[in-house]
Design a protein around this ligand. Structure first.
Ligand SMILES: Nc1ncnc2c1ncn2[C@@H]1O[C@H](COP(=O)(O)OP(=O)(O)OP(=O)(O)O)[C@@H](O)[C@H]1O
Length: 220
């Protein structure tokens, strides 16, 4: 089976700081694989997710995603793939404070011009019920707890049925019960829709529940 992600990074340099991370780092991921990324703080885990998720294209190396060279993709295509093919659960995935939780979750559908129909509404209701955030749908983010906001960010990330879900510490602000809800939705998506799952975490139990654990090492 072809890889969905084939990444060969020579290095990622931060000019102002004058140092580089992810030196000679290679990663290949097959469709439907569940991969976790661990490593000490500052080693480059979030930077790696940003590269995989097409948020950062400023690095030396080659990246082939869905059989296309990322360097050859137009800005529009990068934006379209970020919205439709990749679901982000990033630490700083801020919700828009002036919109309700429901409208925040449905934003990716609006960006993709997807009409409200029974299929999208069913999907929305199913995920919202599973994660248990019915009671906050009409609330604004600032009227919700941190854990409720984290669950809403997760639902927004999966609403488009992305081919890849990238999560950065998806369970960090959650209690045990909500942690399990997020993990089970993540792995259900993987089973039901063949979604590829890549998770950055300091939680070794969560990391070990993936098919493969990658440890990023400091190499400076
Ligand atoms: N935009 C930036 N400009 C300059 N340096 C940066 C930038 N983003 C990240 N860095 C630096 O790159 C290194 C890797 O950061 P990154 O956030 O990827 O690490 P991490 O492994 O995810 O850390 P943590 O586990 O603490 O979240 C750090 O030294 C960080 O300070």
């Amino acid at each position: 089976m072809n890889s969905i992600i084939k990444l060969e990074i020579e290095k990622k340099t931060f000019k102002k700081k004058g140092f580089s991370i992810l030196n000679d780092f290679e990663l290949e991921v097959k469709p439907r694989e569940r991969v976790s990324i661990i490593g000490e703080s500052g080693v480059g885990k979030t930077s790696l997710l940003n590269i995989i998720g097409l948020l950062d294209t400023q690095y030396q190396g080659c990246y082939t995603l869905f059989d296309s060279s990322v360097k050859d993709l137009s800005r529009n295509k990068l934006a379209e793939w970020r919205n439709q093919k990749i679901g982000f659960v990033l630490q700083e995935s801020a919700l828009i404070n002036s919109l309700t939780i429901e409208d925040n979750i449905k934003l990716p559908l609006m960006y993709a011009n997807i009409k409200k129909d029974s299929t999208t509404e069913d999907r929305f209701n199913r995920i919202v019920n599973k994660i248990g955030i019915e009671s906050i749908l009409k609330k604004k983010p600032l009227d919700c707890s941190g854990g409720q906001r984290a669950r809403a960010v997760f639902v927004r990330a999966v609403i488009m049925n992305p081919q890849i879900i990238l999560s950065d510490e998806p369970t960090a602000s959650l209690d045990l019960e909500n942690r399990e809800k997020i993990i089970s939705l993540l792995f259900d998506m993987n089973k039901e829709f063949n979604t590829t799952v890549i998770t950055v975490t300091h939680d070794l139990d969560l990391a070990n529940r993936h098919d493969r654990v990658i440890t990023l090492e400091r190499n400076d």
